[in-house]
Design a protein around this ligand. Structure first.
Ligand code: NIG
Ligand code: FE
Length: 441
């Protein structure tokens, strides 16, 4: 569909041939980061050296038609190739940088109250698992969420998602997992769908009924796994409440065997899978995700050489969440460099949730990834766009500024993409477009 017409331009020949004209032209772009490379992008997510390939044009322009990218490249080449529609919108980037919208492939963005009380307890020395064992952590959010209506959850979630959009997240994954009954998981997923639509972000929803064994099933965990497998997942699939399943695969939560049963049950009803793996204690969840052909294995703080080799050989994307390590104040980050060198397809996400990662900003995640995991700013950018789109099964639609893809892009407030990771804590996003329409900031 797209082809390189020389080094100056990528254009959608098919649409141009049908007479497509640009409804929007962003011009005067000092540095246009497309993350598009026709040689690299046919086969799968970026790995190894490809992870740092940005596809940059300088002195560039971006042409959009019907919400999708029509052409990207050097400004003179774009202007020569594309006619403007009558009344087309012209946006002058003023020499600043344009990048694809961030894709955040792992969040728990729908919840009730925040948990700063636990944050203070951790700062004072208690661990995440100790707080969880004492009835806090996920259990605290479950008790809270069960008492709230769907409307209330929507009201709480819209501004949270809008804040993510203002930091440049145009596509977000949202998990359930604070309901842990059929009714409450369904309520949470419906609220997530409505809140994302109201906030203007594209969303992929994931059923995480296997986030924790709820208190009322404490001594009957087998019955809870059966509830997930026999009741919750079939309803979630039938009612289109989510696209995927997730399991908190962790020694103190769900075992490898339970995880496998849940993923198989999800597959039977047509849901994809992703796993929380090797977050707090190592147990082989990464290799299991690879064997089950999950779309991603996430966290991976405690991954070992076997897990790394398994992911490197699989299509499963390794989603790293360094904001969680930062917030929990853990001693080690996921071994990103080792994983990249071994050939794993690395992506980044916020893990936004009220407990282990209250941070919503993909730019901040990129900053932590570079400073603490030694990813380069270019690797962090590709891991936050194209590879995270692969993690969600959306790489044909979003994640790069390639002809035919959604025109989801960000105008930064500076001229160089490296400012994103460099200015930790600053929001570098000056303006956000989704499907070719201005949506934020
Ligand atoms: O990804 N690991 C499990 N779930 C979240 C924490 C959720 C919570 O504490 O509420 C995580 O870290
Ligand atoms: Fe998580």
């Amino acid at each position: 569909m797209s082809r390189a017409t020389g080094p100056d331009l990528f254009v959608d020949d098919a649409r141009l041939g049908q007479g497509a004209t640009a409804a929007l032209l962003v011009h005067g772009i000092g540095q246009l980061v497309t993350v598009h490379d026709p040689e690299l992008d046919g086969a799968g997510p970026r790995r190894g050296r490809g992870l740092g390939e940005l596809g940059v044009f300088t002195g560039a322009a971006l042409a959009v038609e019907e919400g999708r990218v029509l052409a990207v490249g050097r400004e003179a080449a774009v202007r020569a190739a594309v006619r403007l529609a009558p009344g087309a919108a012209l946006v002058d980037a003023g020499g600043r940088c344009v990048v694809p919208g961030w894709v955040d492939p792992h969040t728990h963005a729908v919840f009730g109250r925040t948990r700063q009380d636990e944050y203070e307890r951790r700062v004072r020395g208690e661990t995440y698992l100790q707080i969880a064992a004492a009835g806090g952590g996920i259990h605290a959010s479950v008790r809270d969420l069960r008492g709230r209506s769907e409307d209330e959850l929507v009201t709480l979630s819209v501004p949270r998602l809008a804040e993510m959009l203002a930091h440049g997240t145009t596509t977000v994954e949202i998990k359930s997992g604070y309901g842990l009954t059929l009714a409450d998981e369904s309520k949470m997923l419906r609220a997530a769908r409505r809140a994302a639509a109201a906030a203007g972000v594209r969303a992929v929803l994931t059923c995480l009924a296997a986030h924790e064994v709820p208190a009322e099933y404490k001594d009957r965990r087998e019955a809870y796994v059966r509830l997930i497998v026999e009741e919750i997942l079939p309803v979630v699939a039938r009612e289109g409440l989510a696209e995927r399943v997730d399991v908190f695969c962790e020694p103190s939560v769900f075992t490898l065997e339970e995880t496998e049963r849940i993923v198989h049950a999800a597959a039977r009803v047509g849901l994809g899978a992703t796993l929380h793996a090797e977050e707090l204690e190592p147990m082989g969840g990464a290799a299991l995700a690879a064997r089950l052909d999950a779309s991603s294995a996430d966290h991976l703080i405690r991954i070992d050489a076997t897990g790394i080799a398994a992911l490197a050989a699989a299509g499963t994307v390794a989603v790293l969440l360094p904001g969680t390590v930062f917030t929990l104040g853990l001693a080690r980050y996921a071994p990103a460099r080792e994983m990249i060198e071994a050939g794993c397809a690395v992506a980044l996400a916020t893990d936004f949730n009220p407990g282990s990662s209250p941070l919503q900003s993909m730019p901040l995640v990129q900053a932590i990834a570079c400073t603490q995991m030694r990813m380069t700013p270019a690797e962090a950018l590709v891991a936050s766009t194209l590879n995270s789109a692969w993690a969600l099964g959306l790489a044909r639609q979003v994640g790069s500024l390639a002809p035919g893809k959604a025109a989801d892009f960000l105008l930064l407030d500076g001229e160089d993409y490296r400012l994103v990771a460099y200015r930790a804590g600053h929001n570098p996003v000056a303006a956000v477009w989704r499907d070719g329409r201005p949506v934020g900031r």
